[in-house]
Ligand binder design. Structure first.
Ligand code: VGL
Ligand code: ZN
Length: 193
């Protein structure tokens, strides 16, 4: 893909490419860091085309309901203000990237970048009609964000090469892709790099 597929009314959403979701982190997505060169290609193209870039981050309080100690499924991860919650340093966001913090409420799961945030409103104000989505993890926050984006009426393209799955149960990632496609998302299979 030489030039990028962007059109006016598009935006790019990079989901949760944070240290804790990369190898060495608290909740590593297998090969999670491999999305970085791919997404850097999309970010650079978005910047060239004047397309706004949104970056969500999992941003939990220390006693978040999704942590095992409070009855949840996951080890503690992406705790507000910690190094694990920082975006991976190799990801080259534009200086005007719009950061969306999610999962900030102690008692709610908050996988989706639209859940308890003002993302839908910001996209609407910016006149966005179509969202390109990549990041981590395919079977959790990417899936939930894509389904919510579709439900708000946005067109959605999933950057398949810019995602990796946790695959707690083998095949979760592929099932998520099928579910997003059934819901109306376009699965962009062509890799940038
Ligand atoms: C995520 C598990 C727990 C994600 C967040 O960003 O996909 N997964 N919290
Ligand atoms: Zn989380």
């Amino acid at each position: 893909m030489a030039k990028g597929p962007f059109e006016p009314g598009d935006a790019l959403l990079i989901v949760d490419v944070q240290n804790d979701f990369c190898p060495g982190g608290a909740l590593p997505v297998p090969h999670g860091d491999e999305v970085i060169p791919e997404l850097n290609g999309w970010i650079a193209a978005a910047r060239e085309a004047g397309i706004p870039v949104f970056a969500s981050r999992d941003w939990h309080p220390a006693d978040h309901a999704s942590f095992r100690a409070t009855g949840g499924q996951w080890p503690p991860h992406c705790i507000q203000g910690t190094a694990g919650a920082e975006f991976h340093q190799d990801l080259h966001f534009p200086s005007d990237v719009a950061v969306i913090s999610k999962g900030t409420s102690p008692d709610r799961d908050g996988y989706s970048a639209f859940g308890g945030t003002n993302l839908a409103e910001r996209l609407r104000h910016a006149g966005i009609r179509r969202l390109w989505v990549g990041g981590l993890a395919l079977d959790y926050c990417v899936r939930a964000s894509v389904l919510d984006a579709l439900a708000t009426g946005l067109g959605v393209h999933v950057i398949r090469a810019g995602t990796r799955a946790v695959d707690v149960h083998p095949g979760d990632g592929e099932r998520a892709v099928a579910e997003m496609a059934r819901a109306g998302a376009v699965i962009e299979e062509e890799a940038w790099v």
